[in-house]
Design a protein around this ligand. Structure first.
Ligand code: NDP
Length: 453
């Protein structure tokens, strides 16, 4: 009989926390989870899922325009109603919240609809109640960060965007990462006059440079105005609008200013001062390969630990931890953080896995580089000037494909398959001997024969 109320107490019911709680509970472990906001965390409520639904909404108008070349005509004017999209999205998110609740409860985990705060290393408070656990896991995720500048309280973040009452006529998006580019694409697609302000020379820092430039051209074709080497100096309320003063001195006005300037570990109001859990220099919870913090019985996983802020990464960490603590122990394979594929759901999408040309160069890998850029078959009749780009990096010494990048329709879907091949160590010869699916854009990945000179 344990001297604790629970074997495992998970703080935060986001992607990583729920996966860990479910897996551990299904092994017969006595588990509780505390969540004071929404089941499913950022991904389900204010991230991946509603974002992708909004992306679908934003692409409809262009699909209608594309249909003219295929003989379709549409009488009358199309109307878009933001409140309808919001209401339908909210219904779907509520359904998913219910599924998360069922998954947790059916696994045997107890859910506390409350904020958990550390009292000591084995105790958390939940309102007036205190519970103890042999092990406690911090799975509280991350929270949008807004830089300091006068009037920054007028800026919203992705959190608020998902519940905006009115879609503005004009928007300014600050940032040049995943969220800024996806949000700018959503708003532009829904008819919002959108300007993206980024402090550097070229957005999407860390992505393959050729891809970044290609995306810039594609994004501009969609009508998004890009202001690089600039930043917001201040914001001021001007009637219903916000007056944006840029560091260049230029002024813009917008109905909303969305700061997509990164996400920080979410550790506020957790009672962290009551436990000796060490943070790293970025303020993230420092963990070892098994997600153990500096306190032996306290673990942490997902965004709160820094690293790649991606749902599938948090899921993998949750799986690992349940197996490490309640299964194979030290024999549990470590999470492999190499070759993690990601996508940016802008228009067209970016899909990427493995090294960029610049990363390969830095690592001293001598590469053959294959690049192809073309107008997809669909757009020969649609009249759209959207283009597609694919790029493969091949290590000359081993013939292994070490990077695959794509900008194009459903690049995320396509790169997911390529990622399996790369993970399995496929060589360029393997790609070349794979017979393509014709006619697709994806077949280009197995038909590129001439390396760039
Ligand atoms: P990112 O870290 O991707 O991008 C942050 C952007 O804000 C960068 O362009 C950065 O510039 C800029 N920035 C940071 N600080 C300032 C500042 N003080 N003033 C002006 N600009 C600033 O963060 P996001 O918020 O876009 O997204 C957070 C994470 O969420 C992503 O990294 C990703 O892991 C995840 N995510 C994944 C998605 C997907 O898989 N499709 C979708 C959305 C989010 P600089 O480049 O110069 O540092």
């Amino acid at each position: 009989m344990s001297k604790y109320d629970y074997d495992l107490f998970v703080i935060g019911a986001g992607s990583g926390g729920v996966r860990l709680a479910r897996m551990a509970a299904s092994k017969g472990v006595k588990v509780a989870v505390a969540e004071d906001r929404y089941l499913g965390g950022t991904c389900v409520n204010v991230g991946c899922v509603p974002k992708k639904l909004f992306v679908y909404a934003s692409e409809v108008n262009e699909q209608v325009e594309d249909s003219n070349g295929y003989g379709w005509s549409h009488s009358g004017t199309s109307q878009f109603d933001w409140p309808t999209l919001l209401a339908n999205k909210n219904t779907e998110i509520s359904r998913l919240n219910g599924i998360y609740q069922n998954l947790l409860e059916n696994s045997g985990a107890k859910i506390y609809d409350a904020r958990a705060r550390f009292v000591d290393e084995h105790t958390v408070s939940l309102g007036n109640e205190k519970v103890t656990a042999e092990r406690i896991v911090i799975a509280t995720g991350s929270w949008p960060f807004v830089p300091e500048f006068p009037g920054n309280e007028l800026a919203i973040t992705s959190n608020e965007f998902f519940y905006l009452e009115h879609l503005p006529a004009k928007a300014v998006v600050l940032g040049g990462g995943y969220i800024a580019i996806e949000m700018a694409g959503i708003m532009a697609g829904l008819g919002v006059d959108t300007t993206l302000v980024y402090r550097g020379d070229m957005f999407l820092r860390g992505f393959d440079e050729e891809i970044r430039y290609f995306v810039k051209d594609e994004v501009e074709k969609k009508g998004i105005k890009l202001l690089f080497n600039n930043n917001i100096e201040s914001l001021q309320k001007a009637n219903e609008n916000i007056e944006v003063t840029l560091q260049s001195g230029a002024q813009l006005d917008a109905g909303i200013v969305l700061a997509a300037t990164g996400r920080r570990p979410h550790l506020q109001d957790l009672g962290m001062n009551n436990v000796a859990v060490a943070l790293n220099e970025k303020g993230e919870v420092a963990v070892n390969d098994h997600y153990q913090t500096s306190v032996e019985n306290i673990f942490a996983l997902g965004d709160v630990t820094g690293g790649m802020q991606l749902t599938p990464v948090a899921l993998a960490e949750g799986m690992h931890l349940s197996e490490y603590l309640y299964g194979k122990g030290e024999d549990t394979a470590l999470v492999d953080y190499t070759n993690i594929a990601t996508a940016v759901f802008c228009q067209p999408n970016i899909g990427t896995v493995g090294l960029s040309e610049e990363q390969a160069g830095k690592a001293g890998i001598d590469c053959d580089i294959y690049v192809s850029s073309f107008r997809p078959l669909k757009h020969t009749l649609s009249g759209s000037n959207e283009r597609c780009m694919m790029k493969l990096l091949v290590d000359k010494a081993t013939d292994k494909v070490i990077g695959a990048h794509m900008v194009g329709h459903e690049a995320g879907e396509i790169i997911q398959g390529i990622a399996i091949a790369i993970k399995a160590g496929a060589t360029k010869a393997d790609f070349d001997s794979t017979i393509g699916i014709h006619p697709t854009s994806a077949e280009e990945f197995v038909t590129m024969r001439t390396a760039r000179a």
